[in-house]
Design a protein around this ligand. Structure first.
Ligand SMILES: C[S@@+](CC[C@H](N)C(=O)[O-])C[C@H]1O[C@@H](n2cnc3c(N)ncnc32)[C@H](O)[C@@H]1O
Length: 250
């Protein structure tokens, strides 16, 4: 199995700090947009791909989901998810967690999902068409896939400054020089190297269509009130940080 950078102690500690901030991109943009795209969850069975610490699974249960399944590569993330979800549902646990890479999703025994979600994960996956085919078989007919990922205008970055900067406008233009150039990107977060994959919006949509999905909704949320804690978020009024797609199995 692959390894996850989230199992690195320094990375995980910094990631947890970031996630505990109420002004994080996850809290301010990602979770509200994800919830707005989901159907009524009452009585539904959900799968969250790359569930991390299980925060979305908690949300889905709070919104009436009958049973939630989380899959992630990182043992550290799953240990935290297990602890937090167990606290919430002491009597009858309505969740299962599996340590599994998305590249091996066919090995997940659970199937028959009404909704499959994934937040901030698809840009870690090299072979998106293969994953989408597996997701399609795990969904019930009429089921939906809703995912967010780093926006392709973000994932395209290769080297150097992301911003063209000037005075007095600090962030004058966001560089899209490598947008057409799809594929691997060497990334570094909290001084830990890892790899993500850049695909254009058209490629992502065409992969969904080729897998048999109908694209029901696309969102590129932008912030009206800018969080102050991270300089990179200063300009999110005009630059979408995330791409959301809702796709239906037809
Ligand atoms: C940015 S975190 C997002 C966690 C969670 N979805 C959330 O929004 O709170 C990315 C997660 O994807 C997981 N991940 C990355 N690549 C993966 C893969 N190939 N298979 C399974 N999980 C993966 C990581 O371990 C990590 O938990």
């Amino acid at each position: 199995m692959k390894t996850s950078v989230y199992d690195n102690d320094v990375f995980f500690e910094n990631y947890q700090k970031l996630r505990s901030n109420p002004n994080s991109l996850n809290e301010v943009v990602e979770k509200p947009t994800m919830l707005s795209l989901l159907p009524d969850l009452q009585g539904k069975k959900l799968l969250d791909l790359g569930c991390g610490m299980g925060e979305h699974l908690q949300l889905y249960l709070a919104h009436g989901a009958q049973f939630v399944v989380g899959v992630d590569l990182s043992a550290t993330m799953l240990t935290q998810a297990q602890a937090d979800l167990t606290k919430l549902s002491k009597k009858s646990p309505h969740f299962s967690l599996y340590q599994l890479s998305l590249e091996e999703l066919e090995h997940l025994d659970e199937t028959g999902f009404d909704v499959i979600t994934s937040s901030f994960v698809f840009h870690y996956v090299e072979n998106l068409p293969a994953l989408l085919n597996k997701i399609y078989t795990k969904l019930n007919s009429g089921g939906v896939l809703v995912f967010s990922q780093e926006h392709p205008i973000t994932t395209c970055h290769k080297t150097g400054e992301r911003w063209e900067k000037g005075v007095p406008i600090e962030q004058r233009a966001y560089r899209l020089r490598h947008y057409r150039d799809e594929g691997e990107r060497q990334r570094n977060w909290f001084q830990q190297p890892f790899i993500t994959y850049h695909r254009t919006i058209a490629t992502i949509m065409n992969h969904l269509i080729a897998a048999g999905f109908r694209i029901a909704r696309v969102e590129e949320p932008m912030l009206e009130k800018q969080p102050k804690w991270h300089t990179e978020f200063k300009d999110l009024q005009h630059r979408p940080p995330l791409l959301f797609i809702k796709a239906e199995k037809i």
